[in-house]
Design a protein around this ligand. Structure first.
Ligand code: THU
Length: 162
């Protein structure tokens, strides 16, 4: 038997130490929570993407009485950006979540399904994406979804199987 130990490094920045564009992206994600449709969970998530052309695209979670038919903020934003700007690589994403009348104290981290879509997006544009996960107490930052999705399954694995 042998063991494989996986480690993940996450940088945690006080908001004040983020760059100006990162602050702008985080502010856009926070703002996007306001238009979330989350009558079932009351957990309002906002996502903001920085495209290579400098444009910021936002999205928020859209819930449904048939729960699985809803969609997370990250995927709403990414699918919209990719549908309008299929050639624009996405350089960064900021995520924020509002619940119980405040932004979350813990950093909002993407769900498993969104991690897979973030991986596909990085692969599609052959470019890693900086991920900024906001909390009132600091911003978790990684430079690629691969930091949050070890042993991932993507196009490389599909190719390798042929
Ligand atoms: N949600 C997101 O939009 N993004 C995440 O990263 C985590 C969860 C949404 C899905 C659902 O509408 C609500 O938050 C509660 O799970």
């Amino acid at each position: 038997m042998r063991e494989i130990n996986l480690t993940t490094k996450i940088a945690v920045y006080p908001l004040a130490e983020c760059s100006d564009i990162e602050k702008k992206l985080i502010a856009a994600a926070k703002h996007a929570t306001e238009k979330s449709y989350a009558p079932y969970s009351n957990f309002k998530v906002g996502a903001a993407l920085l495209l290579a052309n400098g444009e910021i695209i936002t999205g928020n979670n859209q819930e449904n009485a048939a729960y699985p038919s809803g969609l997370c903020a990250e995927r709403v934003a990414i699918f919209y950006a990719n549908s309008v700007y299929p050639e624009q690589k996405i350089e960064a994403i900021a995520i924020a979540a509002w619940a119980n009348d405040t932004f979350t104290k813990d950093a909002i981290t993407p769900c498993g399904g969104c991690r897979q879509v973030l991986l596909e997006t990085e692969n599609r544009f052959s470019s890693p994406m900086r991920i900024l996960m906001y909390s009132e107490e600091g911003v978790y930052v990684v430079n690629s979804i691969k930091n949050l999705l070890p042993l991932s399954f993507g196009d490389e694995q599909l190719k390798a199987s042929k």
